[in-house]
Write a protein that binds this ligand. Structure first.
Ligand SMILES: [Zn+2]
Length: 439
């Protein structure tokens, strides 16, 4: 009897130990699968006059600061897998600067190429980012060196200040973006008429009104960031402006941060906006003297308010979001061009970077994608929230859909890609998103 009791007690003890062990194991694996996140924001406003990019007609250097520029970094980590999202208040990383800055960051922080989204908000009121000492103004080369260091410091801060977080996403809608492919009927040389597409406003053309927001909340309940994505050019101030500004997306970032708190960051990402302008530009009489604020701020406030509304409605969160990332560089068919020798295959490269955190997908394109292409990618995605991000990890120019080629227009004329390229990109993006979605 006594012996039997001892056996039972021994078995019970074993069972308890096994249960405790199992619980510990589960606690360990749960704590390991927790999503962590770090954030950083660094001022990148130029301190000297610089060449500004976005308008060929604008000569001379900047004079004055309308509003500050920043780089905003959000770094996620789960089970050793990282995702670093960098939103920079500049036009883009052209002329090989994306590759150069990425290479510095990838080496320094031992990131896989697919773990880094180096993106620009495409503001047309920021310094030209260039390392070309032969063609650029020395102030711009100096600025780009400082910018590279500042982006590095911001990424370092974000990676070193990680805390457990939970994330949720939501969608709002904004009318701020307007299709710019204005169609006009003009007399043709043969005496009849023809339709031409100009840069203007086309209220009947497609726009993607979706405002996507990711809300990031610490374990103590404090919200620390809102990532937002909207398809519109940051061109409110136009080509006559010589003041530095984040323009539409930069001003919206500043508005959201003003509402949600100083230590809060709101990095913007430009959606598929290759043919989308703000609903209006400032009047030609726009006064660029410091202190003249209302016109450019008006539409940015409208967009910022929608970001805040959407942010506040997000009430479902996950703290166990798995991170997966993918990157590929496609060799796409290019247009006929004198730049290619007849014996060479006509190809234009485009880098696509895809990542997900749980049910939220981010897909970045190193080009300026027209809005129809971005909407098709969202439709092909198996994720409930797909942040289509342009000006990301490269700068390959406009990517129009095939059906716009016969119409012509600025984006079609200046694109390096052949008409069939967009469909290949849509297929490849869908494939990558589906690959991320399957366990
Ligand atoms: Zn553009």
């Amino acid at each position: 009897m006594k012996k039997k009791l001892i056996v039972i007690l021994y078995c019970a003890a074993l069972l308890m130990t096994a249960t405790l062990f199992a619980n510990n194991q589960s606690a360990v694996s749960e704590s390991k699968s927790l999503l962590r996140c770090g954030i950083a924001r660094t001022d990148i406003t130029p301190t000297n006059p610089v060449q500004m990019s976005g308008y060929g007609s604008r000569k001379g250097l900047s004079h004055g600061i309308h509003d500050p520029l920043n780089v905003r970094v959000i770094a996620f980590e789960n089970k050793g897998k990282k995702l670093v999202l960098v939103s920079t208040d500049v036009l883009g990383f052209y002329g090989g600067t994306a590759e150069q800055i990425r290479s510095v960051l990838l080496d320094r922080f031992e990131l896989a190429p697919s773990e880094l989204f180096l993106c620009a908000i495409h503001t047309h009121a920021a310094p030209t980012v260039t390392m070309n000492e032969k063609t650029a103004h020395p102030n711009n080369v100096e600025y780009t060196g400082i910018l590279t260091k500042k982006i590095g410091s911001a990424v370092e801060t974000a990676l070193h200040l990680m805390t457990p977080v939970k994330v949720g996403a939501g969608r709002g809608y904004s009318p701020v973006g307007m299709n710019w492919r204005e169609k006009r009927i003009v007399p043709s040389s043969a005496g009849s008429s023809q339709t031409v597409v100009n840069l203007g406003r086309n209220p009947y053309g497609p726009t993607d009104k979706e405002v996507l927001v990711t809300r990031i909340v610490q374990s103590d309940g404090t919200s620390i960031a809102a990532i937002f994505d909207y398809a519109c050019h940051a061109t409110l101030l136009g080509g006559r402006n010589y003041q530095i500004s984040g323009d539409l997306l930069g001003l919206a970032e500043q508005f959201v941060e003003k509402i949600l708190g100083k230590s809060f960051i709101a990095p913007a990402f430009a959606g598929a906006s290759g043919n989308i302008d703000p609903w209006f530009r400032v009047l030609p009489e726009f006064n660029t003297e410091p202190g003249w604020i209302p016109e450019p701020v008006l539409l940015a406030t409208l967009l910022g308010e929608e970001v805040v509304h959407t942010f506040r409605k997000i009430d479902t969160f996950s703290e166990h979001g798995e991170i997966r990332t993918l990157i590929t560089t496609l060799k796409l068919p290019a247009k006929e061009s004198k730049d290619f020798m007849p014996s060479e295959p006509r190809q234009a490269e485009l880098t696509i970077t895809a990542a997900h955190i749980g049910q939220i997908a981010f897909i970045g394109f190193g080009c300026e994608m027209l809005t129809e292409v971005g909407m098709a990618i969202k439709k092909a995605s198996p994720f409930p929230y797909t942040f289509v991000i342009t000006h990301c990890n490269g700068a390959a120019g406009y990517l129009p859909p095939a059906d716009l080629y016969p119409e012509g227009g600025y984006e079609v004329q200046t694109s390096h890609f052949a008409p069939e390229a967009a469909e290949i990109v849509i297929q490849q993006a869908g494939k990558m998103l589906n690959e991320l979605h399957t366990d």
